[in-house]
Design a protein around this ligand. Sequence first.
Ligand code: SF4
Length: 147
Amino acid sequence: MKRQKDERQAIAEVRQIYAELAERPIERNCTRLRECCHFKLTGRTPYLTRGEALAAAKAFRASGRKQLPESADGTCPLLDRKSGNCIIYHDRPFGCRTHFCAAAGGPYARREVSDLIHALEQIDTRLGGNGASALPHAVTEALKQLS
Ligand code: SF4
């Protein structure tokens, strides 16, 4: 019961951090080109703190899915193969929002978002996390943990 409450609270706080990021006057424009969702192509994989992973897992479950698909080609397992869209776009992790996509405006400078990163790290610590881990692993573990 307490764990469920902690998870719910953590997910709500993570969503609030995403909302705060969206409010920042930093010029970025994600046009959903989805290049960043192909990790082998870009050579970069988003890393998620535990709270972000729980939020992503919760959104994934809400889509009616249970387990992440195998992804041998380095495509994000949260990218719907049929539609080509992110299954959890509104709950996509911080790294997907602040990524390096040149078309979207390039990476955020750390100083622009360091307070939000710190807040995500604090949630991670509170949940017993050990720092961010690569998206496929982080979401797989969160799906196992989710109440
Ligand atoms: S979580 Fe969504 S936006 Fe982020 S890499 Fe995966 S499919 Fe792309």
